[in-house]
Design a protein around this ligand. Structure first.
Ligand code: NAP
Length: 294
């Protein structure tokens, strides 16, 4: 490492991968940044926008000198990427991923890695509905949590990675995978599922009605359409890889929805009022902890 800064490699140059490159460059967090994406179009786009990264034409050249390797591909592609890079990694390298599910990625990757390679699963809680290299920007992680998965935050590779993520502006928390998957199921996966479903329902309406839904789209529906515009590959993989936690939260949600449905049918306005009062309180708490920004 040069001046104690790591050489980093980023595999997958979409929103998250390109943002890691931008943020590392802007914050002077890396001695070198190499990157690879399996799509030639993505590599061309990265070149065109001058993504601050040394692009390689093959995946092995990207990782060969790396001290930290970031896997920023859809969770269903993690194992394939690790299989392709494994024999080209330096002993002592830290491999981390940015995937939105954690237990599935650990199950897929951990058995492939020898003891000489440290795997620290991670998940930056920052994103937008856009994908591809042009969607990335340097401040994406600023003041957002970056969750790392470990049973010991004092472990050397965890501490090194945490320090790196903090340099990108993130706040780091260490937790276990099962807890992560449960929390994310309710805070991210279920809301996305609801958005995909509600926009799907609107798109199944008969033609005239559908046109007016789009024309008179008010903030509620418009907000759902923003979330529902997120990358289909990424989200297919999330639901295929966190099914236990998502189904558990969906079950609870269905029960709560039935409660609301019953209250409306029975004209029990006070029940609705007290629920909405409680939910407004949650919104205030999110604002209080500074997590209300996009
Ligand atoms: P993205 O914009 O779609 O970028 C992913 C990139 O990885 C694409 O360019 C994709 O190319 C490429 N890729 C796919 N398979 C590959 C492979 N085998 N080898 C090399 N490159 C490959 O997705 P993203 O939003 O950056 O998400 C990346 C990861 O971060 C995902 O695991 C996601 O769950 C996680 N994450 C996303 C967000 C978010 O809000 N978007 C937030 C936090 C974490 P092709 O598209 O051509 O296949």
């Amino acid at each position: 490492m040069e001046k104690n800064l790591p050489n980093i490699a980023v595999i997958g140059l979409g929103l998250i991968g390109s943002s890691i490159a931008h943020a590392a460059k802007q914050n002077g967090a890396a001695a070198s940044i190499t990157g690879f994406d399996h799509s030639q179009d993505v590599r061309n786009e990265a070149k065109q926008i001058n993504l601050p990264i040394t692009l390689t034409e093959d995946i092995c050249s990207a990782v060969i000198d790396a001290d930290i390797v970031f896997l920023a591909v859809p969770v269903g592609a993690m194992a394939e990427v690790v299989t392709n890079i494994i024999s080209h990694l330096k002993p002592g390298v830290i491999v981390t991923d940015t995937g939105s599910t954690k237990q599935s990625v650990i199950d897929d990757i951990q058995p492939l890695l020898p003891d000489s390679i440290f795997f620290v699963p991670g998940h930056p809680l920052a994103g937008t509905e856009f994908s591809g290299p042009s969607a990335g920007f340097p401040s994406l992680f600023r003041n957002h949590y970056w969750l790392l998965i470990s049973d010991d935050e004092m472990k050397h590779p965890v501490a090194i990675l945490a320090a790196f993520c903090k340099k990108l502006g993130a706040m780091v928390e260490v937790m276990d995978a099962e807890y992560h998957d449960k929390i994310l199921a309710i805070t991210s996966h279920l809301p996305h599922l609801i958005a995909f479903t509600i926009v799907g329902t609107a798109s199944d309406l008969e033609h005239d009605l559908k046109n007016d839904v789009i024309r008179f789209s008010a903030s509620g529906f418009r907000d759902f359409t923003r979330i529902a515009a997120s990358d289909p590959t990424m989200w297919r993989d999330v639901f295929m890889n966190n099914e236990v936690a998502v189904l558990e939260m969906l079950q609870r949600f269905n029960e709560d929805l039935s409660y609301v449905q019953k209250a409306i049918r029975r004209g029990e306005g006070e029940k609705l009022y007290s629920l909405f009062e409680r939910t407004a309180e949650i919104r205030r708490s999110i604002i209080d902890v500074g997590q209300a920004t996009d």
